[in-house]
Design a protein around this ligand. Structure first.
Ligand SMILES: *Cc1c(COP(=O)(O)O)cnc(C)c1O
Length: 385
């Protein structure tokens, strides 16, 4: 592909971004962001190609830095006001920033898709905004409003639109962060917060691709405990999970399946996705009560399963029940709806059926169809950018 560089290229780039932002009809915020984008977009580094020059056929879940990111700051006694799209790059932080010292931070994950007709979409971004607000309350942080969050996600996706993969090749994974960026020494909420969004084109999350996952039930390490922050997307939940994850991966497994920390008996979820089982046409998933992250994919799959006529139960699921399950699958923005091929618990491996005729396959094709536009979006989950 041709990268048109230089002055002419930058003019074309500016006018395309400017006009697509104004198409949003989101008023002055959009035009202010467009003008800040123009200021920050240096002619030498802009290009106007429809697609970035990368191999779209081999996307994994690695980081591919894109052109722009979004930042917005506020002090602890204010609300967020005005953010800006700027060139992607490193950020500067005080060594005593709350996030670096005490882990005051939250993240989100949203995908932007390109359809065959070239139009660009997000899936339920308002739900990510709401979850960040709930998380911010738990972590004593200031959060952006739902409108600010969704607007910023759209801006980031549009500014990086040449990184949104061709239809069927993947998606642009958008990663909002809310961090305590102000300097603090004594343990207390940070005096300043930064809302930041970056993005990366991605394909499959697990190296298995679409092959079934092999889960290892972890009974030594726990992901979350009652009264902790397992129910919100706090960055503090993830570093402690690395050890169990690498233990599982070293044993040849795709991921860990965690048990509840109190009884070591009920299944909770995997490192970054929720879990479901199917037995006698009943779809079951562990009930969320503070130790399980309430996935937007999880909630959407529950709704889709009920629409398709399945009985859905949110309840405690003892690990032994998995032995008799007919199907098991995981859900999450990064993984999508991923079938589980086996689960290993205390040295015993149970294997599950596979195939598109199964419940998991039906749920997956309906879910993916809503995202692709081939299945009616009855609930207004799809947001055009
Ligand atoms: C993000 C996440 C999920 C999935 O949530 P979605 O909103 O469906 O992407 C599940 N579990 C954990 C631990 C997560 O961090």
């Amino acid at each position: 592909m041709v990268l048109r560089r230089g002055y002419l290229g930058s003019l074309i780039q500016r006018s395309t971004i400017g006009s697509s932002l104004s198409k949003l009809g989101t008023s002055s915020l959009a035009s202010q962001a467009a003008s800040s984008l123009q200021q920050l977009c240096e002619p030498s580094s802009c290009s106007d190609g429809e697609y970035a020059d990368i191999d779209w056929n081999n996307l994994g879940f690695g980081l591919t830095p894109t052109d722009y990111m979004y930042t917005m700051k506020c002090s602890k006694d204010e609300n967020f006001k005005q953010g800006q799209v700027r060139r992607y790059g490193n950020i500067e932080l005080s060594p005593s920033a709350g996030v670096l010292n005490y882990g005051q931070g939250l993240f989100e994950g949203i995908k932007a898709y390109r359809r065959e007709n070239g139009r660009l979409f997000l899936f339920r971004p308002d739900q990510n905004a709401i979850r960040m607000q709930i998380g911010a309350e738990r972590m004593c942080m200031i959060s952006p409003s739902i409108e600010q969050f969704v607007h910023a996600v759209k801006e980031t996706a549009l500014a990086n639109r040449r990184w949104i993969p061709p239809p069927g090749k993947g998606s642009l994974y958008i990663r909002p962060l809310l961090i305590g960026s102000g300097a603090i020494l004594g343990l207390a909420p940070s005096p300043e917060y930064t809302f930041l969004i970056y993005a990366s084109p991605v394909g499959n999350y697990f190296k298995e691709g679409t092959a079934p996952l092999n889960l290892y039930v972890e009974d030594e390490f726990h992901r979350a405990s009652r009264g902790g922050a397992g129910g919100v997307k706090s960055i503090t939940n993830y570093a402690p999970a690395l050890k169990a994850q690498s233990k599982a991966q070293n044993g040849g497994f795709s991921d860990v399946l965690y048990l509840d920390a109190v009884n070591k008996r009920n299944i909770e979820e995997a490192s970054s996705c929720n879990i479901f089982m199917v037995k006698d046409n009943v779809v079951s998933t562990p009930a969320t009560a503070g130790t399980i992250l309430e996935g937007i994919t999880r909630r959407s799959i529950i709704d889709i399963a009920r629409d398709l006529g399945y009985q859905v139960e949110e309840r405690s699921i003892p690990v032994e029940e998995l032995i008799d399950a007919e199907e098991v699958f995981c859900t999450g923005t990064a993984v999508g709806v991923a079938p589980v091929g086996s689960i290993t618990y205390q040295g015993k491996r149970v294997e599950y059926e596979m195939g598109t005729q199964l419940v998991c396959g039906k749920l997956h094709s309906t879910f993916a169809g809503i995202q692709r536009g081939t299945v009616e979006d009855k609930r207004g989950w799809i947001v055009e950018i």
